[in-house]
Design a protein around this ligand. Structure first.
Ligand code: UD1
Ligand code: CA
Length: 456
């Protein structure tokens, strides 16, 4: 039987070892706060309610997460994990299955949680445990003679025999409906740390005849918590290695899986190739046969089939049509839309510019707030002067134009179809279709001129 689901995320802890003014769970992993990862796993289960227990860092946490549908329970002071869940209790529905997550355990998989939920929906208490080579610091899973989970003992309360147990509590629990409140009300803090231990509910469940079912993650990384920047850096590498492995499996060639960072989602078609040290942020989609050169930073982009992006290019908020060639050292800023077969070369910056089929802007140019037609050639050093100090204006360059090098187009201005602008032109009025327009001082030579010489 499926019950509605409430999820409690514990995030009140201090995070002392981060040595940071930022609350621990706001530190980013793969470009997203730790708590954001946990919330995404929680969201995947479509819970009726999510309650985050917060404390350290105060209101910065709810403010930074900014999700009005979340319930926030303040825990001050922090008297242990059991006390933390007590603060959430008023926000919970007594008829719901309750899942307890940690805000600093970011890579927990929704599939693992769904399996635990299913167990709790059937009336058993699900405990996520893992066997560690070094269990030091964790609560140990104590089993009875028959091998059933009997209780959890914290490191500081454990006997020598118990310290030898390698199976540890990850902290993640799923609790059947109707039981949590009663158990929490019976917690005591008579232990080595003087804390209210949530883990004491395991022994209570056993005493009450509620079945306790141990569950396990697919891998250790799923349950690793972050307490220091060193652990954060390690888990970042682990997570990036997982993402790279998934790309390789999906048929993407990576020059070096260890030199790729994905901070968001990257979707690739068939036979894409990514060279070293590329960073993908936000949502990036690539078609088939896309090649990305070394040292590119690409965020929120849609890249069509067979596009080649050469090294050191920065792409942000752009769409690139099939068979286009970008870079090296190109910068595409938000609002850039390139049609098929465009060429954008070195030291070219585009912003809010729509460029038509087969047009080329190959060298040292700034094209902003512009509409560029088909088969246009924009020469080296061309600049759209789109900003008059107060407002932005558009430049329109129609199909088949040729813009000579070192031209300034003072917007608003239109270059008619098939027009040619002479090199060095400062265009302040529209250029008519099909004709040569140029603004240029007449070239003169002064006969007999001599360079000045230094006076003695
Ligand atoms: C807890 C478990 C331990 C388990 C370990 C896994 C208890 C008593 N012990 O250890 O069995 O092996 O996690 O990491 O539950 N938190 C609060 N309020 C508090 C205390 C903690 O919100 O008053 C939050 C922390 O922010 C953190 C999580 O709970 O997200 C765990 O806290 P932490 O102090 O790291 O774990 P322990 O209690 O030592
Ligand atoms: Ca503690």
């Amino acid at each position: 039987m499926t019950h509605s689901l409430n999820i409690v995320i514990l995030a009140a802890g201090k995070g002392t070892r981060m040595n940071s003014d930022l609350p621990k769970v706001l530190h980013p992993l793969a470009g997203r706060p730790l708590l954001g990862h946990v919330l995404a796993a929680a969201d995947a289960l479509a819970p009726q309610r999510i309650c985050v227990v917060y404390g350290h860092g105060g209101e910065t946490l709810p403010q930074a997460i900014a999700r009005p549908e979340l319930a926030w329970a303040l825990q001050a002071p922090q008297l242990g994990t059991g006390h933390a869940v007590q603060q959430a209790l008023p926000h919970l529905d007594a008829a719901a299955t309750v899942l307890i997550l940690y805000g600093d355990v970011p890579l927990i998989r929704a599939e693992t949680l769904a399996a635990m939920r299913a167990i709790a929906d059937e009336g058993a208490l699900a405990v996520l445990t893992v066997h560690l080579a070094n269990p030091s610091g964790y609560g140990r899973i104590v089993r009875d003679a028959a091998g059933r989970v009997a209780r959890i003992v914290e490191q500081k309360d454990a006997s020598a025999d118990e310290l030898a147990i390698a199976e540890v509590n990850t902290g993640i629990l799923a609790i059947p409906p109707g039981l949590l409140g009663g158990w929490l009300s019976r917690l005591k803090n008579t232990n080595a740390q003087g804390e209210y231990y949530l883990t004491d509910i395991i022994a209570m469940a056993v005493a009450d005849g509620v079945r306790v079912v141990p569950c396990h993650p697919v891998a250790e990384w799923e349950v690793l918590g972050i307490n220091s920047r060193a652990q954060l850096a390690e888990l970042e590498r682990r997570h990036q290695a997982n993402l790279a492995a998934a790309l390789l499996t999906a048929g993407v060639t990576l020059a070096d899986p260890a030199r790729l960072d994905i901070r968001g989602t990257l979707e690739c078609g068939r036979d894409c190739t990514i060279d070293i040290n590329c960073i993908f942020e936000g949502s990036v989609t690539m078609g088939n046969g896309v090649k990305v050169g070394a040292h590119c930073v690409i965020r929120n982009a849609v890249i069509a089939d067979a596009v080649e992006i050469q090294p050191f290019s920065h792409i942000d908020g752009a769409e690139i049509g099939a068979n286009s060639r970008i870079g090296p050292y190109a910068r595409l800023r938000p609002g850039t839309v390139l049609a098929e077969e465009t060429h954008i070369g070195n030291f070219v910056e585009l912003k809010n510019a729509q460029v038509g089929f087969n047009s080329k802007i190959n060298h040292l140019s700034y094209v902003g707030d512009a509409t560029v037609g088909r088969r246009v050639n924009i020469g080296a050093g061309t600049i759209t002067c789109n900003y008059d100090g107060a407002n932005k204006h558009r430049t329109v360059i129609e199909d088949d134009c040729f813009i000579g090098s070192d031209t300034q187009l003072v917007a608003p201005v239109t270059v008619g179809k098939g027009a040619t602008l002479g090199a060095g032109t400062t265009l302040t009025k529209d250029a008519p279709e099909g004709q040569l327009t140029l603004s240029r001082a007449k070239q003169i030579t002064i006969a007999g001129w001599q360079r000045p010489v230094k006076s003695k």
